[in-house]
Design a protein around this ligand. Structure first.
Ligand code: ATP
Ligand code: MG
Length: 773
C-alpha cells in the first residue's frame, strides 16, 4: 500500500486516508479526483473493509470497469469482483431485480430504452387521437422524464394544480392523461424505463424500511464520482443509503456541471455540507493532465462565470504549445483540416489514433468529420448516436429474447410479432391492443386465450397468432436449460430472421447479418465472462439488462486503435493528448437555445471548460465562415468563447488582419443567399495584437504542417518500404535499429524493430518514416 500512496500528492493522500464520516473533494479538472476515488477504495480494502460493503457510482460503466481493473491490480481479482460499481442506473437496476416483487413487478422486468419509451408514447398519443404536432412525442417523453426525476408521480401530478395549469398553458392539457396511460402500460408490460430505475429505487427505500435497513447495512461505504451531475432522484437515493453510517465520499467539480437540462442539480454539491454533519472537505489544486497553456486558458474562460466556487488550478507540467485556432470556409473544409492535422501529427510524433479526439456540440457535426477521416483512411469511432444495440436488426433479435424472458413486454411483441412477415396486420394488432386494455391483460395473454374471446379476428389469423406464441414459449422452455448463447442462436435461426436478410442480398442486408453475428459473439463472450463472477450465472436476463444499460462509451473494447469522435457531454472525465474542438461558432457553441438566460450561458461555458480540459498536450479550436443549418447556408460568427480565452494562450493559424470577410461574398457557394444579410465575421480594422501573430519559431513549426493532398482515392501513398527481417534501418526519433519481424498485409503491414535508443517497437509501415540501409 505504501508504494501506492507514494503515487499521490499530499492533499490527495489525505483524502484517500480519511477514514470514516462524510467527505467531499471539490476540485478542478484533471486534479486527480477520480484517482483519489480509486485509491480510496483500495485503501479501505487494505484496512479490512469487506469489498461487499463498498458501493461506487460512476458516470459510465466503462469508467467503473476501468476502476475495478486498477483495483484488481492492487488487491487481486477475487476481492475486486465483489465491489458494487457502475452507473446509478446499472447498480440500482441490479438491486431492483432482487426486490421487484415488493413493487409488484416481475423479477425479470424489461428495461425500456429511450427508443422503446418514445415508441410507446407515440402510440398512446395516436390512440388518444391527439394532434401529434402539438403533442410531440419526444417533448412529451422529456416532460414525463423530468417529472419522474423530480419524483413527481402521476398521483402527485394530479394533486398539483400548478403543474396541470402549466401544461394547459403550454397547450397540452392532456399531458397528465398521457403520463398516466404511459405509466400504466409500462407497469402492465412488466417494464421500467430509465427514469423508473431511480424513481422505483426511491419508492422501494421509502416504502420499505426493512429494505432500506438491509442496503444501508450492506453499503457501509459509498463513493460517488462526478457528483456535480447527480439529479434530485439520485441525490435522494445516496442520501437514504448513507444515512446510517454516513461514510459517504463525493468528488466533483461545480465548473463541470453540464447536465442541468436533464435535471442535474448543482445544489447537491452546495448543500452537501448542510446535509451531513462534520463534512471533511479536501482541496486538490494541482492538475496532472494538461500543459500550463491549456490549464491557464481554461482558467481564464471559467472565470467569466459568476456562479462558481472559488478554486485554484495550476500545473507543474510543461508550458506546452498555444491553443491553435483555425478558421475554415465550410464544414467540409473544417473536416479536411482536422483530418490532415491528425494525419500529420500522427506521422511526425509516431502516435496511435487513440491519441486524438474530435469533440463537438451536436451529433450532426460528426458527418463532415467522418467524411474527411474516411478519405484519409484514418480509422475512427463515433460515440453517442445509435449504439450497436439500437440498430434495427440487433434490436429485432433482442426483442425476441426480451419477449421470451418477459412475455408481457409490449414494445417487444409489437416489434416482432410480424417480423419476419407472418401475415399479422395492423388491424389485428389494433384489436389485440384494445382487448388487452379492456381485459387488463398483456397482448401475449390475450393471444393465449384468443379462441375464448370474440375479437373479430378470423380463424386463419388466429392460428398464425397462436403459432407465434407457441414459438416464443418453446424458446422460453429452452432458456431454462440452456445458456444465453444457445438460446439466442436458436432464435436467429428458427424465427426466420437471418433467412429474411439473406433473401435481401444487398450489401446492407449482409452488413445486418454481420451485426447479428456480432451480437451472438457478444452474447458468447458475456456468458463466458459472467460465469467467473460471484453472483451471476450468464443467464439471458442478465445479458439483456447489461445491454439495456449499455451506453455507447461502454461498448468500447479499446481493442482497435481509432480516433474518438463524440459530443462534449460524453467526453466528461476522459483525456486525450490531442483534442480538436470543432464548430466554435455563435449559435452552435454556445448553442442558440442556451442564450436566453445567464444560467444557460454559464452552462455552455462550463461545457467549453470541460472540452478544453480534456486535452493533455494540444488543443485546437476550429470554426467556419458559413455552415448549413436547418437546411440553409448561413454565415457563422466565431464563438464568444474564443474571445474569452486570454490572448496569450492562443495562436491563430490565419492571422487576424486577414480575417476580412472579402472572400465570403465572392464565393459562388453562396449561390442564392441574400448577400446583404451576410455579416462580417471579425472587425476589419487594425493589425492583430502581437500575441496573435505567430513567432518565427511557431511559424516554422506551423508551416511544416502541410495539409496532405487528397488524391480522391483515400490515403496518400507513402513511399513503400520493402523490408525484410535482419535489415538495418534508421528512424527519425528512435535512431538506428534492426528489423525483427514483419506481419500484416497492405495498409496494416507492421514491422517489429529493435532500436538502439527506443528498444523494441512495432511500427505501422505506412506511417513509419524509415531510412533503409
Ligand atoms: P476530471 O475532472 O476531468 O474528471 P479528475 O480530477 O478526475 O479529472 P483524474 O482523471 O483522476 O482527474 O486525473 C487526471 C490525470 O492525472 C490522470 O491521467 C491521472 O492518472 C493523473 N494523476 C492524477 N494525480 C496524479 C499524481 N499524483 N501523480 C501523477 N499523475 C496523477
Ligand atoms: Mg474524473
Amino acid at each position: 500500500m505504501e508504494q501506492y500512496l507514494a503515487q499521490l500528492n499530499e492533499p490527495q493522500r489525505e483524502a484517500v486516508l480519511h477514514k470514516d464520516g462524510p467527505m467531499m473533494v471539490i476540485a478542478g479538472a484533471g486534479s486527480g479526483k477520480t484517482r483519489v476515488l480509486t485509491f480510496r477504495i483500495t485503501y479501505l480494502m487494505s484496512l479490512g473493509v469487506d469489498s461487499f460493503n463498498i458501493l461506487a457510482l460512476t458516470f459510465t460503466n466503462k469508467a467503473a470497469r476501468e476502476m475495478k481493473k486498477r483495483i484488481a491490480e492492487i488487491v487481486g481479482n477475487s476481492e475486486a469482483k465483489n465491489l458494487w460499481m457502475g452507473t446509478f442506473h446499472s447498480v440500482f437496476a441490479r438491486m431492483l431485480r432482487y426486490e421487484a416483487d415488493k413493487l409488484g413487478y416481475p423479477n425479470n422486468f424489461t428495461i425500456y430504452d429511450t427508443q422503446d419509451s418514445q415508441r410507446l408514447i407515440s402510440a398512446i398519443i395516436k390512440e388518444m387521437q391527439l394532434d401529434k404536432d402539438i403533442y410531440k412525442y419526444k417533448q412529451v417523453y422529456s416532460r414525463i422524464s423530468s417529472y419522474k426525476n423530480s419524483l413527481i408521480t402521476v398521483k402527485a401530478y394530479f394533486q398539483n394544480p400548478e403543474l396541470i395549469e402549466a401544461d394547459a398553458m403550454a397547450k397540452r392539457p392532456r399531458l397528465g392523461d398521457i403520463y398516466k396511460e404511459y405509466v400504466d402500460r409500462c407497469f402492465k408490460a412488466g417494464a421500467m424505463d430509465f427514469d423508473d430505475l431511480l424513481l422505483k429505487t426511491n419508492e422501494l427505500l421509502t416504502r420499505f424500511p426493512d429494505v432500506l435497513a438491509k442496503y444501508q447495512d450492506r453499503f457501509r461505504y459509498i463513493l460517488v464520482d462526478e457528483y456535480q451531475d447527480t439529479n434530485h432522484s439520485q441525490y435522494l437515493i445516496v442520501r437514504a443509503l448513507s444515512d446510517r453510517f454516513q461514510n459517504i465520499c463525493v468528488v466533483g467539480d461545480d465548473a463541470q456541471s453540464i447536465y442541468a437540462f436533464r435535471g442535474a442539480n448543482i445544489n447537491n454539491i452546495l448543500n452537501f455540507q448542510r446535509d451531513y454533519d462534520e463534512v471533511a472537505s479536501f482541496r486538490l489544486e494541482q492538475n496532472y493532465r494538461s500543459t500550463k497553456n491549456i490549464v491557464q486558458a481554461a482558467n481564464s474562460v471559467i472565470e467569466k462565470n459568476k456562479t462558481r466556487l472559488d478554486k485554484v488550478v495550476w500545473t507543474a507540467n510543461d508550458e506546452g504549445a498555444p491553443i491553435i485556432v483555425n478558421r475554415l470556409v465550410t464544414d467540409a473544409e473544417e473536416g479536411r483540416f482536422v483530418a490532415s492535422s491528425i494525419f500529420e501529427t500522427k506521422m511526425k510524433e509516431q502516435l496511435l489514433n487513440g491519441a486524438f479526439a474530435i469533440l463537438y456540440r451536436t451529433n450532426a457535426q460528426s458527418r463532415a468529420m467522418e467524411d474527411a477521416l474516411r478519405k484519409k483512411d484514418i480509422p475512427y469511432r463515433i460515440y453517442g448516436g445509435l449504439s450497436f444495440y439500437q440498430r434495427k436488426e440487433v434490436k429485432d433479435v433482442l426483442s425476441y429474447l426480451r419477449l421470451l424472458i418477459n412475455p408481457k413486454d409490449e414494445e417487444a411483441i409489437k416489434r416482432v410479432i410480424n417480423y419476419p412477415a407472418r401475415g399479422i396486420g395492423q388491424t389485428t394488432m389494433d384489436k389485440l391492443t384494445i382487448a388487452a386494455k379492456q381485459y387488463d391483460r398483456s397482448i401475449f395473454e390475450v393471444i393465449e386465450h384468443i379462441d375464448q374471446l370474440e375479437l373479430g379476428i378470423n380463424a386463419g389469423t388466429r392460428t398464425k397468432l397462436k403459432n407465434f406464441v407457441n414459438m416464443i414459449k418453446s424458446f422460453a422452455i429452452m432458456s431454462e436449460k440452456e445458456d444465453a448463447f444457445a438460446v439466442a442462436e436458436a432464435v436467429t435461426k428458427k424465427t426466420g430472421l437471418v433467412q429474411e436478410l439473406k433473401k435481401d442480398g444487398t450489401p446492407e442486408g449482409i452488413a445486418r447479418i454481420e451485426n447479428i453475428e456480432e451480437l451472438l459473439n457478444g452474447i458468447r463472450d458475456f456468458v463466458e465472462g459472467q460465469q467467473e463472477l460471484a453472483d451471476a450465472t450468464g443467464s439471458l436476463a442478465e445479458f439483456l439488462e447489461d445491454v439495456a444499460l449499455a451506453t455507447t462509451l461502454d461498448n468500447d473494447t479499446g481493442d482497435d486503435d481509432r480516433v474518438s469522435l463524440m459530443t462534449i457531454h460524453l467526453a466528461k472525465g476522459l483525456e486525450f493528448p490531442y483534442v480538436y474542438i470543432v464548430g466554435m461558432e455563435e449559435d452552435l457553441f454556445p448553442s442558440a437555445m442556451s442564450m436566453n438566460t445567464r444560467s444557460e450561458l454559464e452552462e455552455e461555458r462550463r461545457l467549453f471548460y470541460v472540452a478544453l480540459t480534456r486535452a493533455e498536450k494540444q488543443a485546437y479550436l476550429t470554426y467556419t465562415q458559413s455552415r448549413y443549418r436547418w437546411g440553409k447556408l448561413i454565415d457563422a460568427e466565431p464563438s464568444r468563447f474564443i474571445e474569452e480565452i486570454d490572448d496569450q494562450f492562443l495562436m491563430h493559424m490565419v492571422p487576424q488582419d486577414d480575417y476580412r470577410y472579402k472572400p465570403l461574398i465572392d464565393r459562388d457557394i453562396f449561390g442564392e443567399v441574400d448577400k446583404s444579410k451576410l455579416r462580417q465575421t471579425k472587425p476589419t480594422a487594425g493589425t492583430p495584437p502581437p500575441s496573435h501573430r505567430p513567432t518565427d519559431e511557431q511559424l516554422r513549426k506551423l508551416r511544416s504542417i502541410k495539409p496532405v493532398q487528397d488524391n480522391g482515392q483515400g490515403l496518400p501513398k507513402v513511399m513503400p518500404i520493402s523490408l525484410v527481417p535482419g535489415q538495418e534501418v534508421e528512424h527519425m526519433r528512435f535512431g538506428k535499429g534492426k528489423v525483427i519481424k514483419i506481419d500484416g498485409v497492405g495498409q496494416d503491414k507492421k514491422a517489429e524493430i529493435n532500436f538502439d535508443n527506443g528498444g523494441i517497437k512495432k511500427l505501422l509501415l505506412r506511417f513509419a518514416k524509415l531510412k533503409v540501409f
